[in-house]
Design a protein around this ligand. Structure first.
Ligand SMILES: [Zn+2]
Length: 82
């Protein structure tokens, strides 16, 4: 579930040197550290690494806090028809 949330703010395509084009990328968790996680981005065309990204604990908390947007509960409005 949290994977989908990350996709919202990560780049879905990056420039690939081998393909010489902006290619859609696949995100792969490379390393988990106590204070951050490192993700590797692989080109979906040639499967070579086109970039890496560090997500710090703070960023992750922010993502988790903002991602699941709960609709505000509205009190039911009663319409009175005359
Ligand atoms: Zn490529």
């Amino acid at each position: 579930m949290s994977q989908q949330q990350f996709e919202n703010f990560t780049a879905s395509s990056l420039y690939c040197e081998k393909c010489k084009a902006a290619m859609p990328v696949r995100e792969r968790l490379l390393l988990i550290l106590p204070d951050k996680e490192i993700y590797d981005y692989l080109c979906t065309g040639c499967a070579s690494s086109v970039g890496q990204r560090e997500i710090t604990a703070g960023e992750k908390m922010m993502a988790q806090a903002t991602a699941p947007r709960r609709p505000r509960r509205r009190s039911p409005v009663r319409r009175i028809q005359l």
